[in-house]
Write a protein that binds this ligand. Structure first.
Ligand SMILES: Nc1nc2c(ncn2[C@@H]2O[C@H](COP(=O)(O)OP(=O)(O)OP(=O)(O)O)[C@@H](O)[C@H]2O)c(=O)[nH]1
Ligand SMILES: [Mg+2]
Length: 471
């Protein structure tokens, strides 16, 4: 039985990556999924008996259309509501020829199915309450996760931890709002059902929680897309050499001509399960050259956007220059939100004075939050120290902490936070209950929009259109 009576279309799509593979999986879901696939499926030369079909079991057989054998396949049938979409569905594993995949789609369409739209399987699952919107988005994140950390964040969201936190907050606020709105019905009588001091305490607690989730976006987003690490410093300090050494390939041009790198170069690298986005930048110096100036502006912007900054210093320039250059980078940073790793590069040229220089820099900066390492990017010396320092400085939250990774969620939390602040102010200023309850309703609306308790077709359309076809 189909649980979603509003949508009786049966949809089909290739669920595996496009192109040739060992096998490919075609998904069919909707009202006629079982009879349509059942009619094409044969076992031992006989039509498959759908009356005896056991759900969730893989059957070996053949797809035959009008007496023509298409392929040897495995078919799994699912009965609503026990399927991914919550509808009757089938998954057909065929050999991964592009021809077979396309032909099977054509056959399914000729028998009344239609091609699924992007994200339609997941959208149907959401409509059939298999999971909420935040969990549906977590599936997309899970599929695209490129590192252990991104995977962990997505799987936590899929398990529903984030949704549960939001639900608890919403139900407490909803209870308060209902009590306040009840007062409006008795406005003549000047009664107070919602205890104001209790409401203030609840607001404080909820606002702190919302703000914590909102602030986790910076880290959540960095984990999902790679922690941005800007490699900055004066010209010729060895920034591009370091990028190449980290990547193990000649990605950026290296030369002893100052001002070699004009534009930023970004590459991602997975180090011990964490995805980093290393950004090589144009060297900082005073110049009248127009293009180089634009490049340097970009370098400053990258410093500000980065979670981690690697400040490259040239050991051959002497202690005074090294300290000056370090401070120049520091000035552009916000150490409350960003971390700095200073790399004293080219120590291979220094005989034994590397350690002394290191000590001097540490002493002069007198800041334990700034890490300093000695390096020879050219010869690969000290890279191990840099990896360990990166690991130490990586702004990782505890494994169970909820991290917001989705910009839509972030914006909803931002609005919810603003509405809750208005409620707080309203209470302080004793403004009328109906205005306060309006702000509370706004906050509830924004929190509810994350999990999809409150949503419009337009919002759903824009979310699911970003999924691939077959998801
Ligand atoms: N001796 C020594 N030379 C190095 C080291 N790292 C880089 N160099 C040299 O320093 C010069 C400049 O290196 P780059 O990597 O191009 O420097 P950069 O900081 O990217 O320079 P710009 O792009 O001009 O800002 C090259 O000749 C490198 O070979 C090192 O660890 N030791
Ligand atoms: Mg360079």
């Amino acid at each position: 039985m189909n649980t979603n009576i509003l949508n009786r279309d049966t949809i089909c799509a290739i669920a595996t990556p496009h192109g040739m593979g060992a096998i490919a999986v075609i998904r069919v879901s909707g009202y006629d999924a079982l009879p349509v696939v059942g009619q094409l499926f044969m076992q031992n030369g006989k039509p498959f008996d759908m009356g005896k079909m056991v759900a969730n079991k893989a059957y070996y057989g053949h797809i035959v259309d009008r007496d023509e054998l298409l392929d040897e396949v495995l078919v799994t049938f699912f009965r609503a509501p026990h399927s991914f979409t919550g509808e009757d569905s089938a998954e057909i594993s065929v050999h991964g020829s592009v021809f077979i995949q396309q032909k099977l789609l054509h056959i399914l369409i000729s028998r009344g199915c239609r091609m699924a739209e992007a994200g339609e399987f997941t959208r149907r699952a959401f409509v059939n309450r298999k999971f909420d919107l935040a969990q549906a988005e977590a599936i997309a994140d899970l599929i695209s996760s490129e590192s252990e950390a991104a995977h962990r964040v997505a799987i936590n969201q899929l398990k529903g931890g984030f949704s549960k936190e939001l639900q608890v907050m919403r139900s407490k606020l909803l209870e308060m709002t209902s009590l306040m709105e009840l007062e409006l019905d008795f406005s003549e009588e000047d009664v107070e059902f919602a205890d104001r001091s209790q409401l203030k305490a609840l607001l404080q607690e909820t606002l702190a929680h919302v703000d914590k989730l909102k602030d986790s976006f910076r880290l959540g987003n960095a984990i999902k897309n790679g922690i941005p690490v800007a490699i900055v410093g004066q010209t010729n300090t060895g920034k591009s050499t370091l990028l190449n050494a980290l990547l193990g390939e000649d990605r950026a041009i290296v030369s002893d001509i100052a001002g070699t790198t004009r534009d930023t170069i970004e590459e991602t690298l997975n180090i011990n399960g964490i995805l980093y986005r290393f950004i090589d930048t144009a060297g900082l110096r005073n110049t009248d050259e127009t293009i180089e100036k634009i490049g340097i502006e970009r370098s400053y912007k990258k410093i500000q956007e980065a979670t981690l900054v690697i400040g490259m210093l040239d050991a051959t320039k002497g202690a005074e220059n090294v300290l000056f250059a370090a401070k120049e980078i520091l000035e552009k940073m916000d150490l409350e939100h960003q971390q700095l790793i200073l790399c004293i590069n080219k120590v291979d040229t220094l005989d034994d004075q590397g350690e002394a220089l290191l000590g001097q820099v540490r002493q002069d900066l007198d800041n334990d939050d700034i890490m300093v390492v000695c390096l020879s990017a050219k010869h690969g010396f000290g890279l191990g120290d840099l990896y360990s320092t990166l690991k130490l400085s990586q702004p990782l939250a505890s494994p169970d902490a909820t991290l917001v990774t989705n910009i839509r969620h972030y914006e909803a939390l931002l609005h919810a936070s603003e509405s809750l602040k208005s409620v707080q102010q309203g209470l302080e200023m004793n403004i009328p209950t109906d205005l306060i309850s309006q702000d509370l309703r706004q906050a509830l609306h924004y929190l509810g929009s994350i999990t999809g308790e409150i949503t419009t077709d337009e919002v759903l359309g824009s979310i699911f259109s970003r999924f691939c076809i077959g998801k």
